[in-house]
Design a protein. Structure first.
Lengths: 544, 182
């Protein structure tokens, strides 16, 4: 974005008129009362055509001219572009490839032709190689699935799952596309890898330049050899060399990559770091006072927050000044979850003290939290607090964990029984709001007993806050921002004597509350994808 | 007549169904109108205008298919109409007050919080309504391109192009002085 564009954007952000939800509700209530009352008959009515204001005559002429130009252009382009031949031929003889015909898997033999719109998948240990009609070659990793189809200006490979390495032939005016569920890659002649998994997609370039468009991420990104982009920031960033290790042509690809890198001047991206970070370990068995537990970072574009515990009378919000991160009584498990945008229950491994274990102690003075594991107080500040964003603060947090806690981890994809959030038969009762999102947090109700989950967010954030002991995915197709307050059943909030009730009971209770309050319910799912972060190493930081 | 019976058109009274639709969408209409007009009283008028017409005439074809999209478009059009009317009135008032410049300045400062906001609203009023639709969804309602695509029923490419052109046009309008942008 150039300077003048940025200035316009700033004017828009600064001076765009915004109304509060309270004002809107009050105004709408007044209008409804007027419509309900006898005054309604005297209210004036606008003569404006609601759905289409009349266009000036010159605009109608311009529209006709534009349509004519498009038609002429389309004919010209149609002639100019040679229609690509959309098919693939299996070249390898030692791979197990199947195509799906009428719901059945039919084996594909070497040198057999696969037409457009046929879904093919591979099993077994070996990867498979296909030659496309335009001269491109596609290496498909075992357990991958793809489909070939015609694009308006070339060929599109839809990668449903798994990995492919594409050696794209020179495309002339055409393009070769590789599309996953959340990313589209377009090329005119190059070698690159695309990986589609449950957590997101990745593209890594071996030779040439590719253009990657991540869904909902603004303009496309150009990638050069050795560079990669993922659709999910929590996906691990592995060197391209490791990404292509499965290929039978890995040495050739590696040589290509080295050759390409030799031509490109190397730039190591600067690692984002806090200017100062104070970490204090609170030893086990120390009673922690009556405060909210969790962590928050505040950037210029909002806050990231992870709350792990809240007490009666405590302010439910931990407050962080602009450009700072503040953590109260959090174990390493929570710090890692926060830094990588996941939940503590999806963090495993590491030494004993890493895991969050705590207990509540009731004394005549009040309720206290006692950390059985080591918990930390954290305060960290960015170099330039006035301009830092919450994403940059998150990256600084990751750097801090690597340098101070010597954190090392890897990801593991797992399937787990879980639940899906769906709209109940009675229909959604959610109220859409037009305001910034606020992460849902548990707060005590006015009776100081009932715990309430309060938030204003998209439903993806709500499902993360519903702690029933099993993963939940959002299948509602509702995309707005909603305001909600949900009483958390006591057995879910604090457990009963002898520990928390089984997940199925907690899900059932939560589902009843959700249906009653929001018109949503939890539906049991046999298998839900879960991305686990497994801690390989973590050390207690030295005090400062 | 559509199969969706939401309004009791015969006696134009607020039915339970009408109230349900009102409660579901009126806040969205209000926020949209406020972002275009910049004034709470205008936004309230827009809400009233739109729902009054629906109450009296029943819902038109196209409403049942996507009530939110219909109401959104209506909110933009009625709001732009209100802003344009106000601009015209202000121009007339300013012409009448040329002999008393202090009074004209006072009238302007009372009407708007800031000169920058006034210029922004003036510039918005000069844009094509389709551009305003996309800008309001993007800046006021914080919607992604995909969500705007879904609501307006246009392709992502069309939305991206409209947003780009709207920003460029706004930039041009904001650069010119208050008297030059007409």
């Amino acid at each position: 974005m150039n300077r003048s564009q940025t200035e316009t954007d700033e004017v828009l952000k600064r001076s765009w008129p915004r109304a509060s939800n309270e004002d809107a509700e009050a105004a709408c209530e007044r209008v409804l009362n007027r419509l309900k009352s006898d005054v309604q008959n005297e209210l004036p009515e606008s003569r404006v055509d609601f759905t289409a204001l009349p266009r000036p005559a010159w605009k109608r002429v311009a529209a006709v001219a534009a349509v004519a130009a498009v038609l002429i252009g389309a004919v010209w382009i149609g002639r100019a572009l040679e229609t690509p031949r959309v098919y693939a031929v299996l070249e390898t003889t030692d791979s197990a490839v199947y195509r799906t015909v009428d719901g059945k898997d039919v084996p594909v033999h070497a040198r057999e032709r696969i037409e457009a719109q046929q879904v093919v998948h591979s099993i077994g240990a070996n990867d498979s190689i296909f030659a496309l009609g335009d001269g491109s070659r596609v290496e498909m990793r075992s357990k991958s699935e793809l489909l070939l189809e015609r694009a308006p200006d070339g060929i599109r490979i839809r990668l449903n799952r798994g990995d492919v390495i594409v050696s794209a032939a020179k495309q002339g005016r055409r393009h070769l596309y590789v599309q996953t569920k959340d990313m589209t890659v377009s090329v005119v002649g190059t070698v690159f890898l695309v990986s589609a998994g449950g957590r997101g997609s990745r593209v890594a370039v071996i030779e040439g330049v590719v253009q990657a468009q991540v869904e909902n991420a603004g303009s496309p990104k150009k990638l050069s050899p050795g560079e990669q982009v993922t659709t999910n920031p929590t996906m691990p960033t592995l060197p391209v060399v490791e990404e292509i290790a499965w290929s039978r042509h890995a040495p050739e690809h590696l040589a290509l990559l080295e050759q390409a890198l030799a031509k490109v001047p190397q730039q190591t991206p600067a690692r984002l770091e806090f200017s100062a970070a104070s970490i204090r370990a609170i030893p086990p068995d120390v009673l922690y006072p009556n405060k909210t537990l969790g962590i928050v970072c505040r950037g210029v574009d909002g806050q990231d927050r992870l709350t792990t515990g809240v007490f009666v009378d405590a302010d439910p919000l931990i407050v962080a000044p602009q450009g700072r991160c503040i953590g109260h009584g959090v174990p390493l498990q929570v710090l890692v979850a926060f830094a990588y945008g996941t939940l503590p229950r999806y963090i495993s491994g590491g030494p004993d003290w890493v895991q969050a274990r705590s207990t509540l102690i009731s004394t005549p003075d009040g309720i206290y939290f006692k950390g059985v594991s080591k918990v930390f107080h954290i305060e960290a500040a960015a170099h330039d607090p006035a301009t830092v964003t919450k994403d940059q603060l998150r990256q600084m947090f990751q750097t801090m964990l690597a340098s101070r806690f010597k954190l090392a981890f890897h990801h593991e994809s797992q399937q787990s029984p879980g639940y899906a959030l769906v709209v109940a038969k009675s229909g959604s009762k959610l109220k859409e709001v037009f305001d910034k999102e606020e992460t849902p947090i548990p707060v005590f109700g006015s009776d100081k007993v009932q715990l309430i989950l309060k938030g204003r967010s998209r439903l993806d954030k709500l499902v993360n806050a519903l702690n029933i002991g099993l993963p939940i995915i959002n299948k509602t197709d509702l995309t707005g921002i909603y305001e909600y307050e949900i009483p958390i059943p006591r057995r879910i909030a604090t457990g009963e004597r002898g520990g928390l009730s089984p997940p199925s009971d907690r899900a059932s209770e939560m589902s009843n509350v959700l249906e009653d309050r929001l018109g949503l319910r939890l539906q049991s799912e046999k298998s839900v994808p879960v991305d686990m972060i497994v801690i390989d190493r973590g050390e207690e930081p030295s005090p400062n | 007549m559509s199969t969706l019976t939401v309004f009791n058109v015969a006696n134009a009274s607020v039915t339970h169904e009408f109230e349900k639709v009102f409660r579901e969408h009126s806040s969205f209409v209000y926020h949209t109108a406020h972002s275009v007009t910049g004034r709470p009283e205008d936004a309230e008028d827009v809400v009233q205008t739109i729902f009054l017409r629906l109450l009296r005439r029943g819902f038109p074809p196209g409403f049942a298919a996507n009530p939110k999209a219909y109401l959104y478009r209506a909110a933009i059009n009625v709001s732009l109409d209100a802003v344009r009317l106000r601009r015209r009135d202000r121009q007339i008032a300013q012409q009448q007050l040329t002999t008393a410049p202090d009074a004209a300045r006072a009238a302007n400062s009372l009407e708007f919080e800031s000169d920058e906001r006034r210029r922004l609203l003036d510039a918005l009023a000069q844009l094509n309504p389709r551009m305003v639709e996309v800008l309001v969804l993007h800046y006021e309602h914080d919607r992604s391109d995909a969500e705007i695509t879904k609501l307006l029923g246009k392709s992502r490419g069309a939305i991206a192009v409209t947003l780009y052109r709207a920003r460029a046009r706004l930039r041009k309008l904001l650069r010119t002085g208050p008297g030059e942008n007409r």
